[in-house]
Design a binder for this molecule. Structure first.
Ligand SMILES: [Cu+2]
Length: 184
């Protein structure tokens, strides 16, 4: 039974009880009933007690369900918050295709990012030349953790980091361009 149902049930019960207590239509119109009442199986008081007991049980049931619903909602909220942290953004700025960005450590901007386990990084190529975001170091080459392949101007690449550690990456076309992600 829902809340409205319970309120209705209480209202109807109250009216019925009041009606019976005052002697029904007979007393309302001050007419003495000339037909003997069919003797009820239980007294009016017992009937009333049963109704009150039933309503109380219904209210307890609704309260229990409401508590369970609240707990479930809190659980879902907690899961949603931990599951979807906003991605951190890294730009590949204009000029990364020309050696020199490495001198000021701005071939990727920002070049070093720290995130939590489960965090995501989104790279976007804001340069006119094509670049890659390839995990590994120039000396030993790609390590296979992630690779954007060729990103043209305006294209993006994202990667979610499930394990803690230090991830270094570089551009396959312009090897002076390097960056890193620290996952803690
Ligand atoms: Cu490049």
């Amino acid at each position: 039974m829902d809340k409205v149902g319970i309120i209705l049930a209480i209202a109807i019960t109250s009216v019925a009880v009041a009606f019976t207590a005052t002697g029904g239509l007979g007393s309302m119109y001050n007419i003495t009933p000339n037909v003997e009442k069919i003797s009820p199986p239980v007294s009016e008081l017992e009937k009333e007690a049963l109704v009150v007991k039933k309503v109380t049980e219904d209210i307890e049931q609704v309260a229990k369900e409401a508590k369970q619903t609240t707990e479930k909602a809190q659980e879902i909220t907690k899961e949603a918050v931990s599951a979807k942290l906003p991605a951190k953004f890294v730009s590949i700025p204009k000029g990364t295709s020309v050696p020199g960005c490495d001198k000021v450590d701005l071939c990727y901007d920002p070049p070093h990012v720290t995130i939590f386990v489960g965090g995501e990084i989104l790279w976007r190529n804001d340069d006119s030349s094509a670049h890659t975001v390839t995990s590994g170091v120039v000396l030993t080459g790609p390590d296979g953790n992630f690779d954007s392949s060729l990103l043209r101007n305006g294209q993006t690449f994202s990667h979610m980091f499930d394990k803690s550690g230090e991830y270094r990456y570089f551009c396959m076309i312009h090897p002076w361009a390097t960056g890193s992600v620290t996952v803690s």
